[in-house]
Design a protein around this ligand. Structure first.
Ligand SMILES: C[S@@+](CC[C@H](N)C(=O)[O-])C[C@H]1O[C@@H](n2cnc3c(N)ncnc32)[C@H](O)[C@@H]1O
Length: 122
C-alpha cells in the first residue's frame, strides 16, 4: 500500500492534485485533511478507477473531491493551480509540496491490464 496522503502534510484549505488517483483512496484521505475550504482533484486515465473514486466520494460525502479523466502527460489544469500535488512542478505554486508514489513496469501494459483494478491497487 502506498497511500502517501496518510503521511503528507496537507494544510486545511489546500488545493490538492492526486495524479494517478486510482480508486481514490489517497484523494479521499487528502479531502479529509484539506477540509471544506480546500479541494482535491483526482486524475486518472482509467474509467474503471474513476468510477471507484466517484463512488467512494459519494459514499463518504466528500463534496470537496472531484475526479477527472486525463493522462499524466496532459494534466487538465492551469499553471500554478495547486498547493499540494503528487507530480509535475508546472501545476505547483512556488513553495508547493511534491509527493510521489508510483508503480514501475518493465514491459508494455495492455489496455485490459490498465482497466484491471486489482493490478493497480493494494
Ligand atoms: C497505484 S494506482 C494509485 C493508487 C492511489 N494512490 C490510491 O490511493 O488508491 C496508480 C494509478 O495511476 C494511473 N495511471 C498510471 N499512469 C497514468 C498516466 N500516465 N496518466 C494517468 N493515470 C495514470 C493508473 O490508472 C492507476 O489507477
Amino acid at each position: 500500500m502506498s497511500n502517501v496522503s496518510v503521511f503528507a502534510d496537507i494544510p486545511a484549505g489546500s488545493a490538492v492534485l492526486d495524479l494517478g488517483c486510482g480508486d481514490g483512496t489517497d484523494s479521499l484521505i487528502a479531502a479529509g485533511k484539506t477540509g471544506p475550504d480546500g479541494r482535491v482533484y483526482g486524475v486518472d486515465f482509467s474509467q474503471a478507477m474513476l468510477s471507484h473514486s466517484r463512488a467512494g466520494a459519494t459514499e463518504l460525502g466528500a463534496i470537496n473531491a472531484e475526479f477527472r479523466e486525463a493522462t499524466g502527460q496532459e494534466i487538465p489544469f492551469d499553471n500554478d493551480t495547486f498547493d499540494v500535488a503528487k507530480e509535475v512542478f508546472r501545476v505547483l505554486k512556488p513553495g508547493g509540496r511534491l509527493y510521489l508514489a508510483d508503480i514501475v513496469v518493465h514491459k508494455q501494459v495492455t489496455d485490459g491490464a490498465k482497466e484491471d483494478v486489482d493490478l493497480w491497487t493494494a
